[in-house]
Design a protein around this ligand. Structure first.
Ligand code: FAD
Length: 335
């Protein structure tokens, strides 16, 4: 089922999770363990991120060779496995980086053959070690171009004119940034680019993570003011450690409110620190659910137990105290 139809027909707010493929050499059981923990909350769809390969230069026989090494392969395989094992809609992320338009077309054909109906179309982050995003010479510079290519294929237009070409039928989501995308000179310009992605054919928007309720509301209001009418799903990330307060802003260009920081700093044990983070996020999630959002998208980032704890707070499900204690009751190191 298409995400946009799930959103339109659901009588209650929907829930989706985002997971990351394991590192090369690890098994898919890692993913299954994460999903097993979260399945009791009945997610309507599960997103799987896509990662550009890292570029490495190696010298062999006095010749420098350029190698592409992908640390986290397997997005499409994981999506098919999720669909097969859990009967939940998978949403693979498809990025511009590392793909020519022709390779994108091939990837879309594969996804269609596999029965995948949903995609999140993104430009992609620069690979590790690279500061700037560099598209392939015949690739898309921005997510809007990718959305447009998918929308054209949905109308039966492939890159080359083909007789009686079968149209694809993908539902496409795109990313939006409540605190502005870090490369954009200002919020207004970023919002116009978001609007352009929707005009190119995006069906819905998933927001980058944020920690202030007001920043999401401001973002959504601005989107509506400039004529963006598609559903906007807030994206949130459960936080459980003070170390995340430094890591998340530097990785995702988002801000952490002082209130959250203070609450976590004032704790004495690891467990209190975690509970402070969870309580803050639970309040945020509860406010969002009361603010007429179509649902919520949770960035699990390998922390299934944190996601479960957050949802237990909000939906009042039973906590497995023994497991929580085994995992989290450790003293905070004294600074
Ligand atoms: P775009 O919409 O192309 O925007 C990128 C920048 O270009 C913005 O500053 C925008 O304002 C600007 N811009 C857009 N159009 C134009 C134009 N015509 N002229 C000038 N400037 C323009 N990254 C991954 O590598 N893999 C993933 O799986 C992944 N999943 C993500 C999931 C979500 C929900 C989110 C929010 C982000 C995800 N990312 C992922 C990160 C994302 O790829 C980066 O944030 C990336 O830097 C921007 O992607 P985008 O699709 O928003 O880009």
């Amino acid at each position: 089922m298409k995400v946009i139809d799930i959103i339109r027909t659901s009588s209650a707010p929907i829930l989706s999770f985002e997971i990351t493929p394991p590192e090369r050499g690890h098994g898919i059981e890692e993913i299954f363990r994460t999903i097993d923990v979260l399945m009791p909350f009945q997610p309507q769809f599960i997103n799987v991120t896509y990662h550009q390969p890292q570029v490495e230069y190696v010298e062999e026989n006095q010749v420098i060779r350029r190698l592409h090494k992908r640390k986290k392969p397997g997005t499409v395989g994981i999506c098919t496995a999720i669909n097969h094992k859990y009967k939940v809609e998978p949403v693979p992320h498809l990025i511009c980086g590392g793909f020519t338009k022709y390779e994108t077309e091939d990837a879309l054909i594969d996804l269609q053959y596999l029965g995948i109906e949903n995609l999140l179309a993104l430009r992609g982050d620069p690979p590790p070690g690279q500061k700037k995003f560099i598209p392939e010479s015949d690739g898309h510079h921005y997510a809007a171009g990718l959305v447009e290519q998918i929308a054209r294929m949905n109308r039966g237009f492939y890159l080359e004119p083909l007789d009686n070409a079968v149209p694809t039928d993908f539902c496409v989501g795109v990313a939006g940034y409540p605190e502005r995308h870090f490369e954009s000179p200002n919020f207004e310009r970023d919002m116009q680019h978001l609007k352009h992605k929707v005009e190119c054919g995006a069906d819905y928007i998933v927001s980058q993570m944020f920690f202030e309720y007001e920043s999401f509301v401001r973002f959504r209001e601005h989107a509506r003011d400039i004529g963006i009418t598609v559903p906007i799903l807030p994206g949130i990330k459960p936080v459980s450690r003070l170390s995340q307060m430094e890591m998340l802003p530097s990785l995702f260009h988002i801000s952490i409110p002082d209130r959250l920081l203070r609450r976590m700093e004032e704790t004495r044990t690891r467990q209190e620190e975690r509970e402070a983070g969870m309580r803050y996020m639970a309040e945020l999630l509860e406010r969002l659910l009361q603010a007429d959002v179509p649902g919520v998208h949770i960035y699990t980032m390998g922390k299934a137990l944190d996601t479960r704890r957050l949802l237990e707070y909000v939906f009042g499900t039973q906590v497995d105290e023994a497991e929580e204690k085994r995992t989290y009751v450790t003293k905070k190191p004294v600074d």
